[in-house]
Structures are given as C-alpha cells and as structure tokens.
Design a protein. Structure first.
Length: 142
C-alpha cells in the first residue's frame, strides 16, 4: 500500500487509564416520539354520530384502513368508525374487521386499494398474513 507524501503514521489513540463512570449514562439528546397524525376534519365529520362497526358503542374514532405512513390520505373514504378498544386492537393487528365491512364498507375497501396492493390490504383488514399459494404444490395434491 502506498503512503501519501506529507502524511506520517502515528501511534494511534491510546488511553492512559481505564474507563470510569460516575453514575448512570446521561442522555444528551431528547427522545423522539413517532409523529402522530390525527384524522382530518372531513374524516372526523364522517364518523360523527356513527357507532362502532364491531360492537355498536359510542364514541368512535376514525380508524385508518391504510395509515398515512403506508400511503393513506385525508379522504373520508380512508377511515372506518371504531370505538377506542377496537381501534387499538385493529392497529395492533389483532382484529379482523372484514366481516363487518362486507357489504356496507365496499367503498372504503375500494378506496384503500388505490393506496396499497390487495395482499397488503387483506393483511391489514383480516389481521392475518396472506401468502401466495405455490402452484406446484397445488398440482401435486390434485
């Protein structure tokens, strides 16, 4: 390896003593929370006066079928009415809302398909992981 002119190699950084800590580490920069995106006024107006899609309780929150982080928008068709309990379960991926969206929520499902692919929407709405079938396995079973 060639050395450049004018640069000399030094002994590197050397520590004269061991590492000492006087107490717990001090955070010098504040923790950053994930940005919270509230529903638009049009989305809030859509769910105003509605009951929860699952249990029929009030009050309800506008729950995004496709989150803004995944490409959702502020259109009222992007949300469904869920109570706080079911909204949290839906966001954690523990609630299958597809039975309650058929047939009345087809407009919301169609709008959500403008933002994400079909399998991504099915995974979000049914709380299950959908994988494409292997055609070679299906032929052997038949």
């Amino acid at each position: 390896m060639r050395r450049r002119r004018g640069l000399t190699r030094t002994g590197g950084l050397r520590r004269s003593g061991g590492l000492r800590r006087a107490g717990p580490p001090i955070r010098r920069t504040p923790l950053r929370r994930a940005q919270f995106t509230a529903a638009s006024p049009a989305q809030r107006a859509k769910v105003l006066g509605l009951t929860c899609l699952v249990c029929g309780r009030r009050p309800v929150d506008p729950a995004h079928l496709v989150s803004r982080a995944r490409g959702g928008c502020d259109h009222p068709g992007c949300v469904i009415a869920l109570c706080r309990l079911h909204h949290r379960a839906f966001d954690r991926g523990e609630l299958d809302v597809l039975p309650w969206l058929e047939p009345g929520g087809r407009a919301e499902l169609a709008h959500a398909l403008t933002h994400v692919a079909l399998l991504a929407l099915l995974q979000r709405v049914t709380a299950t992981r959908w994988t494409p079938a292997n055609p070679t396995t299906e032929r052997r079973a038949a």
